[in-house]
Design a protein around this ligand. Sequence first.
Ligand code: PLP
Length: 395
Amino acid sequence: MFEHIERVPGDAILGLIEAFKKDTNPQKVDLGVGVYKDDQGKTPVMRAVKEAEALLLKNETTKTYIGSHGAPSYGEVILPMVLGEDSPVLDAKRASATQSPGGTGALRLAGDFIAKHLPGKALWVSDPTWPNHLGLFPAAGLTLKKYPYVDADNRLDFDGMLAAIKEIPEGDVVLLHACCHNPTGFDLSHEQWQKVLEVVRERGLLPLIDFAYQGFGEGLIEDAYGVRLMAESLDEVIITSSCSKNFGIYCERTGCLIMVAKDHEQMENVRSQIAIVARENYSNPPAHGSAIVSEILQSAELAALWREELTEMRDRINSLRRDFVDALKPFGLDQKFACVAEQRGMFSYTGLQPEQVDRLRDEFGIYMVRSGRANVAGFSHEKLPYLAEAIAAVN
Ligand SMILES: Cc1ncc(COP(=O)(O)O)c(C=O)c1O
Protein backbone atom coordinates (compact mmCIF):
# COMPACT_ATOMS: atom_id res chain seq x y z
CA MET A 1 0.00 0.00 0.00
CA PHE A 2 2.82 2.41 0.75
CA GLU A 3 5.04 1.55 -2.25
CA HIS A 4 4.10 4.68 -4.17
CA ILE A 5 4.72 7.11 -1.29
CA GLU A 6 7.58 9.44 -2.14
CA ARG A 7 9.86 10.98 0.43
CA VAL A 8 9.71 14.77 0.56
CA PRO A 9 12.57 17.00 1.67
CA GLY A 10 12.39 18.08 5.34
CA ASP A 11 11.57 21.59 6.51
CA ALA A 12 14.28 24.08 5.42
CA ILE A 13 14.57 25.37 9.00
CA LEU A 14 15.16 21.86 10.35
CA GLY A 15 17.93 21.38 7.76
CA LEU A 16 19.44 24.63 8.95
CA ILE A 17 19.34 23.48 12.58
CA GLU A 18 21.14 20.24 11.63
CA ALA A 19 23.81 22.11 9.64
CA PHE A 20 24.28 24.55 12.53
CA LYS A 21 24.77 21.71 15.02
CA LYS A 22 27.46 20.15 12.84
CA ASP A 23 29.33 23.42 12.26
CA THR A 24 32.55 23.51 14.31
CA ASN A 25 33.11 27.28 13.96
CA PRO A 26 33.30 28.56 17.57
CA GLN A 27 31.86 31.91 16.45
CA LYS A 28 28.79 30.38 14.81
CA VAL A 29 25.45 32.17 15.17
CA ASP A 30 21.97 30.68 14.68
CA LEU A 31 19.50 33.22 13.31
CA GLY A 32 17.20 30.64 11.76
CA VAL A 33 15.09 29.02 14.43
CA GLY A 34 11.77 30.60 15.46
CA VAL A 35 12.02 30.72 19.26
CA TYR A 36 13.16 33.42 21.67
CA LYS A 37 16.73 33.16 22.93
CA ASP A 38 18.53 35.02 25.68
CA ASP A 39 22.08 36.40 25.49
CA GLN A 40 23.42 32.90 26.29
CA GLY A 41 21.51 31.43 23.35
CA LYS A 42 19.08 29.62 25.67
CA THR A 43 15.27 29.49 25.59
CA PRO A 44 14.66 29.40 29.34
CA VAL A 45 11.44 28.61 31.22
CA MET A 46 10.05 31.88 32.61
CA ARG A 47 10.10 32.17 36.42
CA ALA A 48 6.39 32.94 36.53
CA VAL A 49 5.74 29.73 34.58
CA LYS A 50 7.89 27.65 36.95
CA GLU A 51 6.07 29.07 39.97
CA ALA A 52 2.67 28.49 38.41
CA GLU A 53 3.63 24.91 37.56
CA ALA A 54 4.70 24.24 41.16
CA LEU A 55 1.29 25.43 42.35
CA LEU A 56 -0.52 23.39 39.74
CA LEU A 57 1.33 20.23 40.67
CA LYS A 58 0.50 20.76 44.32
CA ASN A 59 -3.16 21.59 43.83
CA GLU A 60 -4.12 19.39 40.89
CA THR A 61 -6.98 17.02 41.75
CA THR A 62 -7.95 15.51 38.41
CA LYS A 63 -6.84 14.99 34.85
CA THR A 64 -10.29 14.59 33.36
CA TYR A 65 -11.22 16.03 29.95
CA ILE A 66 -11.59 19.80 29.87
CA GLY A 67 -14.17 20.02 27.07
CA SER A 68 -13.97 21.12 23.44
CA HIS A 69 -13.76 24.83 24.29
CA GLY A 70 -11.06 24.15 26.87
CA ALA A 71 -10.91 25.43 30.43
CA PRO A 72 -13.43 28.25 31.06
CA SER A 73 -10.89 29.99 33.33
CA TYR A 74 -8.49 30.20 30.37
CA GLY A 75 -11.08 31.96 28.20
CA GLU A 76 -11.79 34.33 31.08
CA VAL A 77 -8.16 35.48 31.22
CA ILE A 78 -7.38 35.43 27.48
CA LEU A 79 -10.36 37.50 26.32
CA PRO A 80 -9.43 40.60 28.38
CA MET A 81 -5.73 40.13 27.57
CA VAL A 82 -6.49 40.22 23.84
CA LEU A 83 -9.52 42.51 23.65
CA GLY A 84 -8.83 44.76 26.65
CA GLU A 85 -9.99 44.87 30.27
CA ASP A 86 -12.80 47.33 29.49
CA SER A 87 -13.65 46.06 26.04
CA PRO A 88 -17.11 47.00 24.76
CA VAL A 89 -16.97 43.73 22.82
CA LEU A 90 -16.76 41.82 26.10
CA ASP A 91 -19.44 44.00 27.69
CA ALA A 92 -21.73 43.09 24.82
CA LYS A 93 -20.85 39.39 25.32
CA ARG A 94 -20.19 38.99 21.61
CA ALA A 95 -16.77 37.30 21.81
CA SER A 96 -16.20 33.60 22.36
CA ALA A 97 -12.93 31.92 23.36
CA THR A 98 -12.00 28.37 22.41
CA GLN A 99 -8.74 27.02 23.75
CA SER A 100 -6.65 25.41 21.02
CA PRO A 101 -3.42 23.44 20.61
CA GLY A 102 -1.22 26.50 20.01
CA GLY A 103 -1.89 29.39 17.69
CA THR A 104 -1.54 26.88 14.86
CA GLY A 105 -4.47 24.89 16.24
CA ALA A 106 -6.56 28.07 16.40
CA LEU A 107 -5.69 28.86 12.77
CA ARG A 108 -6.74 25.37 11.73
CA LEU A 109 -10.04 25.69 13.62
CA ALA A 110 -10.61 29.01 11.85
CA GLY A 111 -9.76 27.39 8.50
CA ASP A 112 -12.14 24.49 9.09
CA PHE A 113 -14.91 26.82 10.24
CA ILE A 114 -14.54 29.00 7.13
CA ALA A 115 -14.39 25.99 4.80
CA LYS A 116 -17.51 24.47 6.37
CA HIS A 117 -19.68 27.54 7.00
CA LEU A 118 -18.50 30.12 4.44
CA PRO A 119 -18.03 27.89 1.38
CA GLY A 120 -16.48 29.48 -1.68
CA LYS A 121 -14.80 32.27 0.29
CA ALA A 122 -11.10 32.64 -0.46
CA LEU A 123 -8.50 33.52 2.17
CA TRP A 124 -6.06 36.34 1.37
CA VAL A 125 -2.64 36.34 3.02
CA SER A 126 0.26 38.78 2.85
CA ASP A 127 3.10 38.01 0.46
CA PRO A 128 5.25 36.93 2.23
CA THR A 129 3.59 35.35 5.22
CA TRP A 130 4.39 32.70 7.83
CA PRO A 131 5.02 29.62 5.62
CA ASN A 132 2.67 27.45 7.70
CA HIS A 133 -0.28 29.63 6.58
CA LEU A 134 0.43 28.40 3.05
CA GLY A 135 0.09 24.77 4.10
CA LEU A 136 -2.56 24.68 6.78
CA PHE A 137 -5.36 26.66 5.12
CA PRO A 138 -5.32 24.69 1.84
CA ALA A 139 -5.19 21.54 4.03
CA ALA A 140 -8.48 22.77 5.52
CA GLY A 141 -9.85 23.11 1.99
CA LEU A 142 -9.51 26.87 1.52
CA THR A 143 -8.38 28.66 -1.61
CA LEU A 144 -5.44 30.88 -0.79
CA LYS A 145 -4.70 34.21 -2.49
CA LYS A 146 -2.04 36.82 -1.80
CA TYR A 147 -1.80 40.57 -1.35
CA PRO A 148 1.59 42.35 -1.58
CA TYR A 149 3.34 43.40 1.62
CA VAL A 150 6.99 44.23 0.90
CA ASP A 151 8.41 46.21 -2.01
CA ALA A 152 11.57 45.56 -4.03
CA ASP A 153 13.56 47.86 -1.71
CA ASN A 154 12.61 45.80 1.35
CA ARG A 155 10.07 48.29 2.73
CA LEU A 156 6.47 47.82 3.80
CA ASP A 157 4.40 48.19 0.62
CA PHE A 158 1.35 49.64 2.31
CA ASP A 159 -0.03 51.29 -0.84
CA GLY A 160 0.25 48.00 -2.71
CA MET A 161 -1.37 46.15 0.16
CA LEU A 162 -4.29 48.56 0.41
CA ALA A 163 -4.84 48.68 -3.36
CA ALA A 164 -4.96 44.87 -3.46
CA ILE A 165 -7.35 44.62 -0.50
CA LYS A 166 -9.67 47.08 -2.25
CA GLU A 167 -10.02 44.54 -5.06
CA ILE A 168 -10.84 41.54 -2.86
CA PRO A 169 -14.32 40.19 -3.62
CA GLU A 170 -16.97 40.91 -1.01
CA GLY A 171 -17.20 38.33 1.73
CA ASP A 172 -13.70 36.90 1.30
CA VAL A 173 -11.46 36.52 4.33
CA VAL A 174 -8.32 38.63 4.78
CA LEU A 175 -5.59 37.45 7.12
CA LEU A 176 -3.74 40.21 8.97
CA HIS A 177 -0.80 39.85 11.35
CA ALA A 178 -1.71 41.73 14.53
CA CYS A 179 1.92 42.66 15.27
CA CYS A 180 5.47 41.41 14.79
CA HIS A 181 4.75 40.33 11.22
CA ASN A 182 6.39 36.99 10.51
CA PRO A 183 8.62 36.86 8.47
CA THR A 184 9.22 40.56 7.76
CA GLY A 185 8.92 42.41 11.09
CA PHE A 186 7.05 45.25 9.31
CA ASP A 187 3.96 46.30 11.29
CA LEU A 188 1.12 48.68 10.45
CA SER A 189 0.92 52.09 12.11
CA HIS A 190 -2.33 53.16 13.81
CA GLU A 191 -3.19 55.24 10.77
CA GLN A 192 -2.58 52.30 8.46
CA TRP A 193 -4.79 50.02 10.60
CA GLN A 194 -7.51 52.65 10.33
CA LYS A 195 -7.22 52.64 6.54
CA VAL A 196 -7.34 48.84 6.40
CA LEU A 197 -10.43 48.92 8.62
CA GLU A 198 -12.18 51.34 6.23
CA VAL A 199 -11.48 49.11 3.22
CA VAL A 200 -12.47 45.94 5.10
CA ARG A 201 -15.75 47.60 6.08
CA GLU A 202 -16.42 49.01 2.59
CA ARG A 203 -15.73 45.68 0.89
CA GLY A 204 -17.57 43.60 3.48
CA LEU A 205 -14.52 41.43 4.16
CA LEU A 206 -14.02 39.15 7.15
CA PRO A 207 -10.72 39.82 8.98
CA LEU A 208 -8.84 36.86 10.41
CA ILE A 209 -6.16 38.31 12.69
CA ASP A 210 -3.20 36.15 13.62
CA PHE A 211 -1.96 37.35 17.03
CA ALA A 212 1.03 35.14 17.81
CA TYR A 213 3.34 37.69 19.44
CA GLN A 214 1.33 39.82 21.87
CA GLY A 215 3.84 41.69 24.03
CA PHE A 216 6.84 41.07 21.78
CA GLY A 217 6.54 44.29 19.75
CA GLU A 218 5.72 47.42 21.75
CA GLY A 219 3.75 46.07 24.70
CA LEU A 220 0.75 43.92 25.62
CA ILE A 221 -1.73 46.75 25.06
CA GLU A 222 0.11 48.50 22.23
CA ASP A 223 0.41 45.29 20.18
CA ALA A 224 -3.34 44.73 20.43
CA TYR A 225 -4.20 48.04 18.75
CA GLY A 226 -5.32 46.60 15.40
CA VAL A 227 -7.10 43.64 16.98
CA ARG A 228 -9.13 45.84 19.31
CA LEU A 229 -9.85 48.41 16.60
CA MET A 230 -11.26 45.73 14.28
CA ALA A 231 -13.20 43.91 17.02
CA GLU A 232 -14.79 47.12 18.31
CA SER A 233 -15.57 48.53 14.86
CA LEU A 234 -16.85 45.49 13.00
CA ASP A 235 -19.63 42.98 13.57
CA GLU A 236 -17.52 39.95 12.77
CA VAL A 237 -13.84 39.23 13.32
CA ILE A 238 -11.83 36.05 13.85
CA ILE A 239 -8.74 36.24 16.08
CA THR A 240 -6.18 33.53 16.72
CA SER A 241 -4.02 34.08 19.77
CA SER A 242 -0.95 32.18 20.92
CA CYS A 243 0.74 31.92 24.32
CA SER A 244 3.74 30.07 22.88
CA LYS A 245 6.01 33.10 22.65
CA ASN A 246 4.81 35.52 25.32
CA PHE A 247 4.68 32.81 28.02
CA GLY A 248 7.55 30.83 26.48
CA ILE A 249 5.45 27.65 26.59
CA TYR A 250 6.03 26.55 23.00
CA CYS A 251 5.76 22.82 23.70
CA GLU A 252 2.62 23.09 25.82
CA ARG A 253 0.55 24.00 22.74
CA THR A 254 -1.52 26.81 24.16
CA GLY A 255 -3.57 29.04 21.91
CA CYS A 256 -7.06 30.43 21.55
CA LEU A 257 -9.58 30.97 18.79
CA ILE A 258 -11.65 34.07 19.45
CA MET A 259 -14.83 34.49 17.42
CA VAL A 260 -16.38 37.94 17.52
CA ALA A 261 -19.97 38.06 16.29
CA LYS A 262 -22.60 40.77 15.82
CA ASP A 263 -24.37 40.06 19.09
CA HIS A 264 -24.50 37.57 21.92
CA GLU A 265 -27.07 35.36 20.21
CA GLN A 266 -25.01 35.01 17.01
CA MET A 267 -21.86 34.47 19.04
CA GLU A 268 -23.48 31.53 20.83
CA ASN A 269 -24.54 30.05 17.48
CA VAL A 270 -21.02 30.35 16.11
CA ARG A 271 -19.56 29.03 19.36
CA SER A 272 -21.68 25.89 19.18
CA GLN A 273 -20.27 25.19 15.70
CA ILE A 274 -16.68 25.79 16.80
CA ALA A 275 -17.11 23.08 19.45
CA ILE A 276 -17.97 20.66 16.65
CA VAL A 277 -14.97 21.71 14.56
CA ALA A 278 -12.69 21.20 17.58
CA ARG A 279 -14.25 17.82 18.41
CA GLU A 280 -13.80 16.64 14.82
CA ASN A 281 -10.12 17.61 14.94
CA TYR A 282 -8.80 16.51 18.32
CA SER A 283 -11.81 16.39 20.68
CA ASN A 284 -10.28 18.34 23.59
CA PRO A 285 -7.21 20.58 23.79
CA PRO A 286 -4.30 19.75 26.10
CA ALA A 287 -4.77 21.18 29.60
CA HIS A 288 -1.38 21.99 31.06
CA GLY A 289 -0.42 25.14 29.13
CA SER A 290 -3.77 26.81 29.64
CA ALA A 291 -3.64 25.96 33.36
CA ILE A 292 -0.25 27.72 33.57
CA VAL A 293 -1.60 30.82 31.84
CA SER A 294 -4.73 30.93 34.03
CA GLU A 295 -2.69 30.43 37.20
CA ILE A 296 -0.41 33.33 36.24
CA LEU A 297 -3.05 35.78 35.08
CA GLN A 298 -5.35 35.09 38.03
CA SER A 299 -2.60 35.96 40.51
CA ALA A 300 -1.64 39.64 40.79
CA GLU A 301 1.83 38.62 41.96
CA LEU A 302 2.55 36.06 39.23
CA ALA A 303 1.04 38.31 36.57
CA ALA A 304 3.36 41.15 37.63
CA LEU A 305 6.37 38.83 37.49
CA TRP A 306 5.32 37.54 34.07
CA ARG A 307 4.86 41.07 32.70
CA GLU A 308 8.32 41.98 33.99
CA GLU A 309 9.90 38.96 32.29
CA LEU A 310 8.02 39.63 29.06
CA THR A 311 9.19 43.25 29.13
CA GLU A 312 12.77 42.02 29.55
CA MET A 313 12.46 39.83 26.45
CA ARG A 314 10.88 42.62 24.40
CA ASP A 315 13.41 45.21 25.52
CA ARG A 316 16.26 42.85 24.73
CA ILE A 317 15.02 42.29 21.19
CA ASN A 318 14.42 45.99 20.56
CA SER A 319 17.82 46.98 21.96
CA LEU A 320 19.50 44.32 19.79
CA ARG A 321 17.74 45.82 16.78
CA ARG A 322 19.13 49.29 17.53
CA ASP A 323 22.60 48.03 18.47
CA PHE A 324 22.79 45.91 15.33
CA VAL A 325 22.26 48.99 13.17
CA ASP A 326 24.81 50.92 15.28
CA ALA A 327 27.35 48.13 14.85
CA LEU A 328 27.04 48.54 11.08
CA LYS A 329 27.82 52.28 11.23
CA PRO A 330 31.63 51.93 10.97
CA PHE A 331 31.07 50.01 7.72
CA GLY A 332 28.75 52.66 6.28
CA LEU A 333 25.90 50.13 6.26
CA ASP A 334 23.64 51.62 8.95
CA GLN A 335 21.30 53.30 6.43
CA LYS A 336 21.02 50.14 4.36
CA PHE A 337 19.95 48.10 7.40
CA ALA A 338 18.02 50.86 9.22
CA CYS A 339 14.81 48.88 8.66
CA VAL A 340 15.97 46.32 11.25
CA ALA A 341 15.63 48.94 14.01
CA GLU A 342 12.17 49.91 12.76
CA GLN A 343 10.78 46.39 12.46
CA ARG A 344 9.22 44.68 15.47
CA GLY A 345 9.07 41.21 16.95
CA MET A 346 11.43 38.33 16.69
CA PHE A 347 11.89 38.40 12.92
CA SER A 348 13.46 40.74 10.41
CA TYR A 349 13.55 40.79 6.69
CA THR A 350 17.14 42.02 6.56
CA GLY A 351 17.25 42.58 2.82
CA LEU A 352 20.18 40.15 2.57
CA GLN A 353 20.06 38.26 -0.73
CA PRO A 354 20.18 34.43 -0.96
CA GLU A 355 23.80 34.45 -2.20
CA GLN A 356 24.82 36.68 0.73
CA VAL A 357 22.99 34.35 3.13
CA ASP A 358 24.94 31.41 1.63
CA ARG A 359 28.26 33.22 2.09
CA LEU A 360 27.43 34.16 5.68
CA ARG A 361 26.78 30.49 6.41
CA ASP A 362 29.76 29.05 4.53
CA GLU A 363 32.38 31.65 5.44
CA PHE A 364 31.22 32.87 8.86
CA GLY A 365 28.99 30.16 10.36
CA ILE A 366 26.01 32.55 10.45
CA TYR A 367 22.79 30.67 9.74
CA MET A 368 19.50 32.12 8.52
CA VAL A 369 16.86 31.22 5.95
CA ARG A 370 17.63 32.13 2.33
CA SER A 371 14.88 34.77 2.20
CA GLY A 372 17.16 36.86 4.43
CA ARG A 373 14.82 36.49 7.42
CA ALA A 374 16.77 36.61 10.66
CA ASN A 375 15.62 35.80 14.18
CA VAL A 376 16.80 38.94 15.98
CA ALA A 377 16.64 37.14 19.33
CA GLY A 378 19.46 34.95 17.97
CA PHE A 379 21.77 38.01 17.92
CA SER A 380 23.68 38.56 21.14
CA HIS A 381 25.39 41.75 22.28
CA GLU A 382 28.66 39.87 22.44
CA LYS A 383 28.40 38.64 18.85
CA LEU A 384 27.18 41.88 17.25
CA PRO A 385 30.68 43.06 16.18
CA TYR A 386 31.34 39.68 14.52
CA LEU A 387 27.95 39.77 12.83
CA ALA A 388 28.52 43.32 11.57
CA GLU A 389 31.96 42.43 10.18
CA ALA A 390 30.59 39.39 8.41
CA ILE A 391 27.70 41.34 6.89
CA ALA A 392 30.12 44.03 5.74
CA ALA A 393 32.25 41.35 4.09
CA VAL A 394 29.36 40.08 1.97
CA ASN A 395 28.03 43.53 1.06
C1 PLP B 1 2.64 34.23 12.41
C2 PLP B 1 2.49 33.06 13.32
N1 PLP B 1 1.27 32.60 13.56
C3 PLP B 1 1.07 31.55 14.36
C4 PLP B 1 2.11 30.89 14.95
C5 PLP B 1 1.76 29.70 15.79
O1 PLP B 1 2.36 29.53 16.95
P1 PLP B 1 2.09 28.28 17.89
O2 PLP B 1 1.28 27.28 17.15
O3 PLP B 1 3.45 27.76 18.22
O4 PLP B 1 1.37 28.82 19.07
C6 PLP B 1 3.42 31.33 14.72
C7 PLP B 1 4.57 30.64 15.29
O5 PLP B 1 5.68 30.71 14.88
C8 PLP B 1 3.60 32.45 13.88
O6 PLP B 1 4.82 32.94 13.62
